[in-house]
Structures are given as structure tokens and as C-alpha cells.
Design a protein around this ligand. Structure first.
Ligand code: ATP
Length: 241
């Protein structure tokens, strides 16, 4: 097997006495969309944040493109071209849409030409942002803010994009547009994606593979289609959810 783009082994992380990750193994191959699903408090966000070194891993190893990044400081992770769109979006509300996008490009050393191409790509993907470039981020709708948060992450021309709950709080139609954009990025640009979602149905349909996390541990993994068929997944995350 070729080296995965991201390889996580035996990862442990804690907040004081609360053990949020208890020994997680997870792989993402180049060009894959991987979904991480699980109930509230399972440790999904912590896994994403630990890749960025906050919190620091207590044990285990994170390798990106074969390089051990477990101890790499948070502010250096973006330079490796790993980008995230965190839960709750966290755009800059007083800055314009254009300035917010610029901030994403600032995270890595990109040439002027790369920036222009990146901006063009984001605006093609999310035409709504094009019409709102001078508008303040804080005045955008929830769905538009999510597009902006993803757009900002894309401006750093990532090799790996981490998305934490991109559909949270969005109307179904807007959520579908966001998932469609992720699919396009993967298909057309070959972007590798890790997506954390409460909306297991959407996420597993989108993803090539998925992992189920329960209480700080991976309990199940398989192709998106396989997981959608598993009775324990259906019972816990799909039916009535
Ligand atoms: P959700 O879907 O609700 O965001 P999650 O699966 O992403 O849940 P985490 O946010 O990673 O779960 O939380 C894992 C555990 O760590 C929970 O028990 C949570 O209470 C705890 N936790 C998370 N962040 C902190 C923090 N900053 N300080 C202390 N405990 C935390």
C-alpha cells in the first residue's frame, strides 16, 4: 500500500483529567474523502484539533505525507498545507468577504498568481461570495458564512482540508450545496478531505470511507456505502436522526 497522506496511530489527547482521545488509528489516502461520525462529545473535534497541535497529543503519532508532525507547532501546520474550517465557522465578522479570503492566503507562502488562481477557484465554486466580496463577513447568512470559511481554507491551496461540521445549523438545501462543493473539489481538484459530521447520512454518502467514533475510540470503519448499511450505524446515527 502507498503511504497514506495522513496516518494517525495510537493517538491520545486529554483536557486535564478528561481523556478525549484514547488511542485512535485513522488513515486518509491521497485523493480520498473520509468521514468521521459519532455522537456529541465522542472526540471528533478533538481529533481534528490535535492534528493542529491544540491540544497536544499525549501519546501516539500523526504523520503527514510520511513526515512525523506530532510535535510540529500549531502555527507551522498551515505551512504544510493542511487547512481547516473549524466548527462554528469563525470568520472575521468585521472584515469584508474579500479580506477574509485574503487571510486564508496569508497562512501559507503563495505567489500572486497562486492567490489569483485560488480566488478564482473559490468564487467559481461559491458564486454567492462573488456577489458579496465587499460585504462584511458578519452580515452573511449562516450558509454564506460556511462557504466563506471553506473558501478561506481553500485560499491556502491545501493538500488536506479538515472540515468540522460544515452542515451544522444550515437549511437542507444550503447543506446540499456545501456537500456538492466538497464533492467537486475532490473530483476536479483531487483534494483530500476529512469531514466531521453529525449528519451521518450526508457525510457517508459523500465519503469514500468513514470511521465511527465512540467515547474517544474508533469502533467501526469501512466504505461509506458499507457503513450506511450497518445496523449499528443506522440505529445510532441515521434512523430518526
Ligand atoms: P461535538 O459533536 O459535540 O462537537 P465531538 O465528538 O467533536 O462532539 P469533542 O468536542 O472532541 O467531541 O469533545 C470530546 C470530549 O472532550 C468531551 O467530553 C468534551 O466535553 C471534552 N472537551 C472538549 N473540549 C474541551 C475543552 N476545551 N476543555 C475540557 N474538555 C473538553
Amino acid at each position: 500500500m502507498t503511504t497514506p497522506l495522513l496516518a494517525i496511530r495510537g493517538l491520545r489527547a486529554a483536557y486535564g483529567k478528561i481523556e478525549a482521545l484514547k488511542g485512535v488509528d485513522l488513515d486518509i489516502a491521497q485523493g480520498e474523502i473520509v468521514a468521521l461520525i459519532g455522537a456529541n462529545g465522542a472526540g471528533k473535534s478533538t481529533l481534528m484539533m490535535t492534528i493542529f497541535g491544540k491540544p497536544r497529543a499525549k501519546a501516539g503519532r500523526i504523520a503527514f505525507d510520511g513526515q512525523d508532525i506530532t510535535e510540529v507547532p500549531t502555527h507551522h501546520i498551515a505551512r504544510l498545507r493542511i487547512a481547516q474550517s473549524p466548527e462554528g465557522r469563525r470568520i472575521f465578522p468585521r472584515m469584508s468577504v474579500a479580506e477574509n479570503l485574503q487571510m486564508g492566503a496569508d497562512a501559507t507562502e503563495t505567489s500572486e498568481a497562486d492567490r489569483a488562481a485560488g480566488l478564482e477557484r473559490v468564487l467559481t465554486l461559491f458564486p454567492r461570495l462573488k456577489e458579496r466580496l465587499t460585504q462584511r463577513g458578519g452580515t452573511l447568512s449562516g450558509g454564506e458564512q460556511q462557504m466563506l470559511a471553506i473558501g478561506r481554507a481553500l485560499m491556502s491551496r491545501p493538500r488536506l482540508l479538515l472540515l468540522d461540521e460544515p452542515s451544522l445549523g444550515l437549511a437542507p438545501l444550503i447543506a446540499r450545496q456545501i456537500f456538492e462543493a466538497i464533492r467537486t473539489l475532490n473530483k476536479q481538484d483531487g483534494l483530500t478531505v476529512l469531514i466531521v459530521e453529525q449528519n451521518a447520512n450526508h457525510a457517508l454518502r459523500l465519503a469514500h470511507r468513514g470511521y465511527v467514533m465512540v467515547n474517544g475510540l474508533i469502533t467501526l470503519s469501512g466504505s461509506g456505502a458499507e457503513l450506511l448499511q450497518r445496523p449499528e450505524v443506522r440505529a445510532a446515527y441515521l434512523e430518526g436522526g
